[in-house]
Design a protein around this ligand. Sequence first.
Ligand SMILES: *Cc1c(COP(=O)(O)O)cnc(C)c1O
Length: 427
Amino acid sequence: MNNIEFDKRHIWHPYTSSINPLPCYEVVHAEGTKITLADGSVVVDGMSSWWAAIHGYNHPKLNEAAKAQLDNFSHIMFGGLTHEPAIVLCKKLIALTPSGLNRVFLADSGSVAVEVAIKMALQYWACQGRTEKNRLLAPRNGYHGDTFAAMSVCDPINGMHSLFKNSLIEHFFAPAPQTRYGQKWNPDDVAPLQELLEANHHSIAALILEPVVQGAGGMRLYHPEYVKTCRQLCDQYDVLLICDEIATGFGRTGKLFACDHVQVSPDIMCLGKAITGGYMSLAATLCSDTVAQGVCEGSPGVFMHGPTFMGNPLACAVANASIDLLLSRNWQQEVNDIYQQLTQELASLQKHPAVADIRTLGAIGVVEMKQAVDVAKIQRVFIENGAWIRPFGKLIYVMPPFTASKQDITVLTQAIKAGIEATFSPS
Ligand SMILES: *Cc1c(COP(=O)(O)O)cnc(C)c1O
């Protein structure tokens, strides 16, 4: 049995059938913005391994940081012990994130960071004697991860609510924000969310949202004023604001954090994905002093969470190197150049009869089709055209490493055009 055969028969992949899986391509090397496949073909990375590999692959600075830490110690329990890589990282996160986020919980993946955020919000209100505040509010079309509490605040339609109906807590959902990024702000956009708060704030612990960019729940780019108004409403109705910046953090939207588009400070913020430059799994949940104090008042007096690999030194060391590398480069210029080029080169697709919408922001380009994409078929065409792009549903989208060259971006946009021509040509 060759590798691909074994893989197909025995190994789960994300969101894939065990009976009739999508084709998988074997990677033998990755360097910079290029991925080498087992058949020798080299493709330009359009996905940054799902928002994460912002500096490209096999970066000498990140390799060096990992190797140095490996030769010292790769892991040590965080219960009762601490270490410089974690301390340095938390100092950086506190300094870089919106003001007031002074307490850091290091988690081991994005979904866990969301679980921690939700647990903090619930424990906060419970410790204030407000146990009735035990529900969450989220806009539709959100995505917050695949574990149970995270799943319960994902979009109820395109998430997995119907499948797990009897195992998920029912939360409140507001309509997704409608005012697009760059459009004139329409304050009525938040009216339904305000109505939900007005009617239910006594039972709502927190509002959770992905600021400005809704990722896996639809790749929607919306007006930052929505986030700002949510902040005001949360204050007004005594509800905590959780901003999930796992996808948007570390420059992807053109600002270091999406909250920076409107200077919003959430009560709790989740980070992940690009935090290690895509090297390994690490995430963080930051919160305000008020939340941290509130959580630990009364009984049990401690925050009840502690992953085995919490604060993993290897991951922290790479995260430190990745953040330093990001800040040492003119990343705003890089992201803006990618934005300009994606906007320009994707524009001609607007008039394609199979295309519903084109949208771009920061280093993100989205082509929404009118019909679902045949992933296996279109991916073949992408690879023939030298690009690694992984569509889902009706969405073909790219979020390349910030280090992508002009040529790389052109390969990606040409591949998208070729893929659409080959799989959506009018019959
Ligand atoms: C990917 C993602 C998560 C989940 O992170 P994992 O590391 O995959 O568990 C949560 N929220 C958002 C916004 C994400 O994009």
